[in-house]
Unconditional design. Structure first.
Length: 385
């Protein structure tokens, strides 16, 4: 049985530029940056297995999976479905997407959808061995684990070697059962690839002079979270007639989802706010470019947020008088309503003025965040990992 201790060679990885009120332990923001792995040729014939519930997938799980990935030619992660909460599959679906996103770079992820026999059932281990053989096409040769006491008997049934990685959990002293009761506070411990799925992304849209930039800043301050600023505002100041060019809309739309994904992965907050949406790039191009650029459409159609805040144009126009275009603002508002109707996320229209407007947006974000985070505290306690 091999035992692998966590190396000290990795650079410290800092996620978000926002500093929590109290400094977290060093491991909370420590993670291996994305890199190409050069494997020893001797491991290419190995078929590895990592098993766990991953409720939720955290940095300790990520460390285990990455270490296993370096030591085998093919890696499978096998996961039982999360339990239902109040008879709903919502958390189960989110959990599945989160695990797949967390380990997509390193492993094939297989979910076991059949009911799992309880551990007291004498057929429990044999059932799991057969489930693994069914899910993983190749014969498993190595089982990677930080808990050899629980994984060893299964490895014996599979005829596989056990490789123990950081049994003491010295690198990431994390347990899912300790994260779940307050996942919001512990969100920085979630595996980077799972943060977008488990957290909430907020897209802000609206016609000109609706206060999108101000709203984004207010939300960023209130939730102490990353904010993606609208790049078209700065670009416009450098263009003829102070209007972005067609290529500017293309680039903004094409990069919108990448920026959100990066902010989620590199941050440690459960909320990310975007004022740089592909949807707004599409609507502006349709309104101001003749003929409108069509290359922004695929990016805008694929774009998804958990929450869309549609700011209505009921504020006094704040800009150069010659730029005031009530008809254009009304068209933009209706066009956004049409496009938002096809989105999966929640859409909230924000109206009013002053602090009432900001409070309505804060309440909408809090509701979306709590809907995503709160069910984790109600999960039964199946185990520590």
């Amino acid at each position: 049985m091999a035992n692998i201790s966590p190396p000290d060679r990795w650079p410290r990885w800092i996620g978000t530029s926002y500093t929590p009120p109290r400094r977290p332990p060093d491991w909370l923001h420590s993670h291996r940056p994305a890199r190409e792995v050069v494997k020893d040729p001797s491991v290419h014939q190995r078929v590895g297995l990592v098993m766990g519930r991953f409720l939720p997938p955290h940095l300790g799980h990520q460390f285990l999976v990455e270490e296993a990935y370096e030591r085998c030619g093919m890696l499978a992660v096998v996961v039982p479905l999360a339990p239902k909460i109040d008879g709903s599959d919502v958390l189960r679906e989110r959990h599945e997407r989160a695990v797949r996103a967390a380990f997509a770079r390193e492993a094939e992820v297989h979910f076991i959808r059949q009911p799992v026999p309880p551990m007291s059932d004498p057929t429990h281990l044999a059932w799991w061995a057969e489930a693994v053989r069914t899910a993983v096409a190749e014969r498993v040769t190595h089982v990677f684990t930080s808990d050899p006491a629980s994984s060893g008997p299964l490895a014996n049934l599979l005829g596989a070697d056990v490789v123990v990685i950081d049994e003491a959990r010295a690198r990431f002293p994390l347990q899912g059962r300790l994260l779940r009761p307050d996942l919001l506070r512990n969100f920085g411990a979630v595996a980077p690839g799972a943060r977008r799925t488990l957290g909430v992304t907020v897209g802000i849209v609206g016609a000109e002079s609706c206060g999108k930039s101000t709203m984004a800043r207010e939300l960023g301050t209130f939730f102490d979270c990353p904010v993606l600023d609208d790049p078209l505002r700065a670009i416009a100041s450098e263009r003829p007639a102070r209007r972005p060019l067609s290529i500017d809309y293309d680039i903004t739309a094409g990069s919108a989802d990448i920026l959100v994904d990066t902010a989620c992965r590199e941050g440690s907050r459960a909320v990310v706010v975007s004022d740089a949406t592909a949807m707004m790039a599409r609507v502006w191009s349709e309104r101001f470019i003749d003929p409108p650029t069509r290359s922004v459409i695929p990016s805008a159609e694929l774009e998804q947020h958990d929450l869309w805040l549609h700011l209505l144009p009921d504020l006094p126009f704040d800009g150069l008088p010659e730029r005031d275009d009530p008809v254009g603002r009304a068209w933009t508002t209706e066009r956004l309503r049409t496009l938002l109707a096809s989105k999966r996320g929640t859409v909230v229209e924000i109206s009013g003025s002053g602090q009432d407007r900001i409070n309505a947006a804060i309440n909408a974000v809090e509701a979306a965040r709590d809907q995503a985070i709160a069910p984790w505290a109600r999960l039964p306690e199946p185990g520590s990992r």
